[in-house]
Design a protein around this ligand. Structure first.
Ligand SMILES: Cc1cc2nc3c(=O)[nH]c(=O)nc-3n(C[C@H](O)[C@H](O)[C@H](O)COP(=O)(O)O)c2cc1C
Length: 217
């Protein structure tokens, strides 16, 4: 099983990074082939609305997004981690997501399969915000829902943590690191030491996905 881990934070060793590392450790231990992509190390232009993708389902911009498209399509599991910035995902991550308009065009305008011949592929979202109150994940959850849809992936679940601000503070969270590890292991192997029953945060927050009012509906 191939797992692609995408780090969306500009901060090295930050909270979402620690969380994703732990998730991927679980995947590796369960036998997955893991690849990591740090968006802060790549040069990815924002979408320039050239609309060439409407014709071919491909983006003409030549930058670090080019080798990322096949990885986003091919991996059995794509797991994306982001800090919450102004109630949204990071700018690094949003630039990558917007460039996936080419895959959206392939699917919805050209009627092509994004990943022909492939069975179900999944997506996971990990996010961390400093605030203790407020609907800080509502916007990002909608964004991720439509991002994974453009990749023709099932948005399987999200692990979302509030009140985590200073670098490394996620380590002090009572359950976050264990939940990330357990979920990574479960997504690959179907089992985990913690088991699904203990993954209370992600179950609760996954329910929040369904509660989010969809402005596009
Ligand atoms: C530009 C910026 C905007 C932020 N906006 C929010 C916000 O809207 N809501 C929130 O809860 N935290 C916000 N934060 C706090 C970060 O989400 C928080 O520090 C998080 O732990 C950072 O994760 P990282 O270490 O993975 O980068 C913001 C931080 C920055 C730098």
């Amino acid at each position: 099983m191939k797992v692609l881990g995408i780090y969306g934070s500009p901060r090295r060793g930050g909270n979402s990074e620690l969380l994703l590392k732990e998730f991927l450790r679980g995947c590796t231990e369960a036998g997955a082939e893991v690849e990591e992509v740090f968006l802060r190390e790549l040069k990815i232009s924002p979408c320039l609305e050239i609309y060439a993708c409407k014709e071919k389902g491909e983006c003409p911009i030549q930058d670090d997004m080019k080798p990322l498209y096949p990885k986003l399509v091919d991996a059995d599991l794509v797991v994306v981690a982001s800090p919450i910035f102004f109630f949204a995902v990071s700018a690094h991550l949003k630039a990558m997501i917007d460039r996936c308009q080419a895959l959206w065009a392939r699917k919805y305008l050209l009627g092509q399969r994004v990943a022909p011949g492939r069975t179900e592929r999944k997506g996971i979202f990990l996010a961390v915000g400093g605030a203790t109150l407020g609907k800080i994940f509502d916007g990002p959850l909608l964004t991720m829902k439509y991002f994974f849809d453009a990749l023709d992936r099932t948005f399987d679940r999200a692990l979302l943590y509030k009140g985590v601000d200073e670098k490394g503070k996620i380590r002090q969270h009572p359950t976050a690191m264990a939940e990330a590890y357990a979920l990574g292991k479960k997504m690959v192997g179907g089992n985990s030491e913690c088991g699904m029953k203990n993954l209370t945060t992600e179950i609760a927050e996954h329910a929040e996905i369904k509660k989010v009012k969809d402005p596009g509906a």
